[in-house]
Design a binder for this molecule. Structure first.
Ligand code: AHR
Length: 512
């Protein structure tokens, strides 16, 4: 009898029997640093169907467009309030010669996109198209310069072309191409993945090269507006950050990048939709590792820059799986499920909680590539679960970070555990407090009781993103299968906010 009882109790522990209890404390009265809206940046590389077909269809297309750019995609991105857009790569950036993409289209040279599928790039989408698109979106351009196969003069000319208001060789050329006023591009990447596709450099060598490029990328606007971002480390390459921080004078650098993808195994990435729970767990392990990566890179930066003047710019992050069956392997087209919603929710919380150092980030990539927020098929467009998370979370953009500490239940698979819940909070300029919570547990609901420490709130409202299966996604047949809904699972009782979240769900609450 005793044996049977012990067996039943042991079994209860493994079943989604009761909601797990979690406790948290919100310091609502202690707003800290601003969560820069630039953490919500996006990335548009000349890769697969991102630029051609995804963003740009040309002004003779039957798909509704403005100067060749899809109106449906522009409207969706505007709703997302995307703060910046990185272009033209990625690996492509270090093969790109910007002068190929200006002037009459018919005269632009065709090149081969060597990194992505070996397809012919006709340069029909170039500098003017990109910067005008940014104006249309109301977003800041973030231009990645070619260091790997380019020249210092070439990048200095590009800066002059986009930013110089007076009379100069490059501003003359810009005017000849139909644009009088400069665009005043603030964010410039000095190469991309210089340790890999950007030139396979050693950090010592890149640090010297960086100094040279940064010197000649003059501030043509004379507004002190220039923000130069050094090509940064690959995930846990802490030595890269150390060497750069040690060898680049602070007067020459405003940001240092970090790239980290949540990939199960570079040789066996697993499917984007038909994944099992172990694969899901491993993806989330990789995603949550972002917290440690940032903490350790930031600690190195603190040694050389205790005033935190230099931003850590996570300008490539997201999930990376096998491409959709039948699609070009070089195009990196993948579907986007509730797993991606968990990845996005948890990662954005990590960024918020490190917003003293992480002041810019770019999810890879915006349309039809990797963890895209938008997918297109001909004239059809759909919004992915990742889009919905970013839309729900946008309330944190430029709001003040509030400390929110949590004692969370574990999510256990086999012998390994992860924290089930990830949370963050902020107070916006209208005095509203927002809390975002992601329950990554695949089977267990979570009860969270948050101690409000005496802060007075009259009411709480919220939205939730959830679905029946972790593998669910929005398809062109069912584009609205997953979308945010009103959330009724939060109540305030005295000094406590109680929240009840279903498994694998994202919730954003507003407290007034
Ligand atoms: O985002 C796809 C590729 O991943 C980028 O071009 C490169 O920078 C990274 O390795």
């Amino acid at each position: 009898m005793k044996k049977i009882l012990t067996g039943i109790i042991a079994l209860m522990g493994t079943l989604p029997y009761a909601d797990a209890q979690n406790t948290a404390t919100l310091q609502a009265g202690s707003p800290k640093q601003v969560i820069s809206k630039h953490i919500y940046g996006h990335f548009a590389e000349h890769l697969g169907r991102l630029i051609y077909g995804g963003l740009y269809v040309g002004d003779t297309s039957k798909i509704a467009n403005t100067a060749g750019v899809r109106n449906d995609v522009v409207a969706a991105l505007k709703k997302l309030q995307i703060p910046n857009l990185r272009w033209p790569g990625g690996c492509f950036a270090d093969t790109y010669h910007w002068k190929d993409g200006i002037g009459p289209r018919a005269q632009r040279p065709k090149i081969v996109n060597v990194w992505w599928g070996g397809v012919t790039e006709d340069n029909s989408f170039g500098t003017h198209d990109f910067l005008n698109l940014c104006e249309l979106l109301g977003t800041e351009p973030y231009v990645s310069g070619n260091v790997g196969s380019g020249q210092v003069q070439e990048l200095a000319d590009w800066v002059q072309y986009t930013n110089f208001p007076g009379e100069s060789p490059m501003s003359k050329l810009r005017r000849e191409n139909g644009r009088d006023k400069p665009w005043n591009v603030k964010y410039w990447g000095v190469g991309n993945e210089a340790w890999g596709c950007g030139g396979n450099m050693r950090p010592e060598y890149y640090a010297d090269i960086y100094r040279k490029y940064a010197t000649f990328m003059a501030d043509w606007t004379n507004t002190g507006n220039m923000f130069r971002i050094a090509s940064g480390a690959n995930s846990n390459d802490y030595n890269w950050t150390e060497v750069l921080m040690k060898n680049v004078p602070k007067s020459l650098i405003e940001g240092i990048a970090l790239h980290h993808y949540s990939v199960i195994d570079w040789n066996k990435k697993g499917p984007s939709t038909a994944f099992n729970e172990q694969q899901y767990f491993t993806t989330m392990q990789r995603a949550l590792a972002m917290d440690t990566l940032i903490a350790k890179h930031a600690a190195i930066m603190d040694k050389y820059d205790p005033e935190k003047k230099i931003a850590l710019v996570v300008d490539e992050w997201g999930g990376w799986y096998e491409v959709e069956p039948g699609s070009n392997p070089g195009f990196l087209y993948q579907q986007n499920t509730m797993r991606d919603a968990m990845l996005a929710g948890a990662t954005l919380n990590i960024f918020h909680n490190h917003s003293d150092r992480v002041r810019m980030a770019n999810i890879a990539q915006v349309v039809n590539v990797l963890q895209a927020v938008i997918l297109t098929q001909g004239d059809k467009m759909l919004l992915t679960p990742t889009y919905h998370v970013m839309e729900m979370y946008k309330v944190h953009q430029d709001a003040k970070w509030l400390p929110l500490t949590i004692k969370t239940n574990d999510y256990k698979v086999g012998n390994e555990t992860l924290p089930a819940l990830s949370v963050s909070a902020s107070k916006d300029s209208l005095g509203r407090t927002h809390i975002s919570l992601t329950n990554i547990h695949a089977t267990q609901a979570q009860d969270i009781s948050i101690d409000l420490q005496g802060a007075q709130f009259k009411n709480v409202s919220g939205r939730i993103l959830a679905s029946a299966k972790l593998q669910d996604y929005n398809s062109f047949e069912q584009p609205n299968k997953i979308q945010p809904a009103a959330f009724k699972g939060a109540t305030i009782k005295g000094n406590t906010l109680n929240v009840k979240m279903p498994p694998f769900s994202v919730v954003v609450l507003q407290l007034n």
